[in-house]
Design a protein around this ligand. Structure first.
Ligand SMILES: CC(C)(COP(=O)(O)OP(=O)(O)OC[C@H]1O[C@@H](n2cnc3c(N)ncnc32)[C@H](O)[C@@H]1OP(=O)(O)O)[C@@H](O)C(=O)NCCC(=O)NCCS
Length: 180
């Protein structure tokens, strides 16, 4: 795995990211989107995240982008501002070679550096052993399952909530606590 590089995503990576996500939307249950967003929409989402100060990473392997991960606002209301929700997607051909875990570990570190205190994974489909497995390996705890909240490919789908403290978590107050 010597040529694997985890680095910040750039605009030039977005065609590959769009393709990876398109496959996940069309054939997978990890995401509850039903229509794959096009490059323009993926670019808009990328800009919102990066301009908002959230980390957005790619895994480059043998010259091509094979996966990506980002953190974004868990919920828009301001009291949630120290909590992020993460996403991680890989090309199917490259699963189970440790790349998802490396992306997620780096995303955790980058989120900690930015001062976020909790990371939440909302995992589509309780049968998604890969996602549950990689989050468990990265220190996430199982919070619980929302049964049958999604409907895709003609069947009901659960979401699985997992969570991990970042940095000092709730042990200390954030630096801007005087504001609220
Ligand atoms: C989930 C995903 C990112 C995992 O990435 P990956 O590179 O395949 O996983 P890794 O090789 O890093 O796995 C790390 C560990 O996670 C666990 N794991 C990964 N895949 C697993 C699976 N299918 N079943 C059980 N455990 C699994 C294992 O403990 C594994 O370590 P090991 O291989 O030494 O046993 C990848 O499978 C993917 O893109 N899936 C489709 C999209 C998706 O579900 N994204 C998550 C949205 S919340």
């Amino acid at each position: 795995m010597s040529s694997l590089e985890i680095r910040p995503a750039a605009a030039a990576d977005l065609p590959a990211i769009t393709e990876i996500y398109e496959h996940a939307v069309r054939y997978g249950t990890a995401t509850f989107e039903l229509i794959a967003p096009d490059l323009a929409e993926m670019t808009r989402r990328f800009e919102v995240l990066t301009e908002g100060g959230f980390p957005y990473l790619v895994a480059a392997f043998e010259g091509g982008v094979v996966g990506y991960a980002y953190a974004g606002a868990y919920r828009p209301r301001p009291a949630y501002r120290f909590t992020v929700e993460n996403s991680v997607y890989l090309q199917p051909a490259i699963h189970r070679r440790g790349i998802g875990m490396q992306l997620l570990q780096r995303l955790i570190a980058e989120s900690e550096q930015r001062g976020f205190r909790q990371m939440i994974a909302v995992i589509g489909d309780s049968a998604n052993a890969g996602s549950i497995g990689v989050h468990t390996r990265c220190g996430f705890q199982m919070i619980g399952t929302h049964p049958a909240v999604g409907f895709k490919f003609s069947r009901w789908l659960d979401t699985v909530m997992m969570q991990r403290a970042l940095g000092e978590g709730a042990k200390t107050l954030p630096a801007d606590n005087a504001l609220r």
